[in-house]
Ligand binder design. Structure first.
Ligand code: PMP
Length: 462
């Protein structure tokens, strides 16, 4: 039996090699008779081979089969003219709570104009389902809720470039790389930017923030909920109210924390909140949930200048996502399969329930932290309540090279963990437990691999 399997594998390998040689020969012969001077790259004549790995870094996390399957479905017709004729009232936009499930709208879709609605789901229906999922994950009833066609950075740019008008002042809370990036983006937009600094590993108190608001009188405050470069969870309680008392809007980055730690957009008076698809939502990177409060929407309506980017102009995107009550117009070709995956990631979260998801991340993070301490390692974030449940940071132990440790885990256990990023480079190792990867079994696996690494990489460069 074993022998047959080995023979079969050998045969398959030699057939693949033969096929590759034949393809290469064909390509070379074609080149000889054509005007092309750049040959087809040999690397592309081999099949794509993606190794199986357990992704326990700060993201992306593994994509479970259900979400992979959703993303590999055939495309749905994009916004063809007949689709554009259909009235697509976003349930979130037109109605007050409780929101009707998006399926109700789909099955009773009305028709404007003369063209009938084709049977089966349309892309706008999937988009409406995504909106409802984001509203649940964010705990918001904001009508301007959608997914950006891009990664977390794209949502960060979209938030800043739509909120900040010429000559606006922004206050950016910097305690890791994400504040640094936001300040960089805001400066590129020509805003008047002030940074509020805290050492990596620490969070901002209301008092810190109030000082900055009084001193700089910004119209927007940027802060990171889950600082994945340092492993800090920023408390948000009272922050929205404080900002509003000082005439400032609150913009929060929840790329690394959404679904892993409580966030209540409406109750906490957050004006703009964005996240990413590839962390707790376990979808591939490429789409980024975002939502704007009424206050934020009003500020955008009062803009003196157009946002610098057409692609990320929220007035276009609001229409494209059916948030403005108008007929949807073509804006760009949606990354349709990314939207399918995001929809499924949000569905998994809705089925599990936010509270269960938060509790699962909390419990597994606690188990991990305990295990790291038992290995004699030092957690980077001192205060337990300030630890981000999705990404744990631990100091690189004295005398070790962090790159050797991460390489050891990859080579021997096919587990990815990461070193530091930005201000934490060289200081920490980062271990992510996100969505389906946040399990007690994975905590055991990574601790066992780390124990082995500490034994084998010990002081090797000293
Ligand atoms: N903000 C935070 C807190 C993040 O963790 C990340 C991704 N690591 C980003 C923003 C940027 O997201 P992306 O890499 O998807 O552009």
């Amino acid at each position: 039996m074993h022998c047959t399997a080995v023979l079969g594998a050998a045969q398959a390998a030699s057939t693949a090699a033969l096929l590759q040689a034949r393809l290469l020969g064909m390509a070379r012969r074609a080149m000889a008779t054509s005007l092309l001077c750049v040959p087809p790259p040999q690397v592309l004549l081999r099949p794509l081979a993606v190794p199986e790995r357990l992704l326990l870094g700060p993201g992306p996390s593994n994509v479970p089969p259900r979400i992979l399957a959703a993303g590999s479905q055939q495309l749905l017709g994009h916004m063809h003219p007949e689709v554009l004729q259909v009235s697509c009232p976003s349930p979130a936009f037109l109605s007050s709570p409780p929101l009707p499930p998006a399926r109700d709208w789909a099955s009773s879709a009305r028709v404007r104009g003369t063209i009938a609605v084709p049977a089966g789901p349309l892309l706008p229906q999937v988009m409406d389902e995504i909106k409802a999922g984001i509203q649940y994950a964010f705990q918001t009833r904001n009508r301007l809720t959608l997914a950006i066609s891009g990664t977390g950075h794209c949502a960060m740019e979209a938030a800043l470039l739509n909120l900040l008008d010429r000559d606006d002042t922004a206050l950016v809370a910097v305690n890791g790389i994400w504040g640094q990036r936001a300040a960089d983006i805001a400066r590129r937009l020509g805003a008047n930017v002030h940074e509020l600094l805290k050492p990596p590993g620490e969070y901002f108190t209301l008092w810190d923030i109030e000082e900055g608001l009084v001193q700089h009188k910004p119209s927007v405050l940027f802060i990171t909920h889950g600082e994945s470069s340092t492993g800090v969870l920023q408390p948000l309680e009272g922050l929205g109210e404080l900002c509003h008392r000082h005439g400032c809007l609150l913009l929060v980055d929840a790329v690394a924390s959404l679904g892993g730690a409580p966030i209540f957009m409406d109750q906490q008076e957050v004006d703009v909140l964005y996240s990413g698809s590839q962390k707790v939502l376990n979808a591939p990177p490429g789409s980024a949930p975002i939502s704007f409060s009424e206050r934020a929407r009003e500020k955008m309506l009062r803009r003196k200048t157009k946002p610098l980017s057409f692609y990320l102009d929220m007035s276009w995107l609001a229409n494209y996502w059916g948030c403005d009550g108008e007929l949807r117009r073509y804006h760009h070709t949606a990354p349709i399969n990314s939207f399918f995956s995001l929809r499924e990631g949000l569905a998994v979260l809705a089925e599990l329930g936010l509270e269960n998801s938060w509790e699962r991340h909390r419990a597994n993070c606690t188990q991990l932290c305990q295990g790291l301490c038992d290995l004699g390692l030092e957690l980077f974030v001192k205060e337990e309540k300030a630890r981000l449940p999705t990404v744990t940071t631990v100091r690189v132990p004295e005398g070790y090279d962090w790159k050797e440790i991460t390489a050891f885990l990859m080579d021997n256990y096919s587990i990815e963990i990461a070193g530091g990023l930005g201000p934490s480079v060289g200081k920490v190792l980062r271990i992510g437990l996100m969505g389906c990867n946040s399990t007690s079994g994975n905590v055991d696996r990574v601790l066992c691999a780390l124990r082995d690494a500490l034994r084998h990489c010990r002081h090797s460069r000293l």
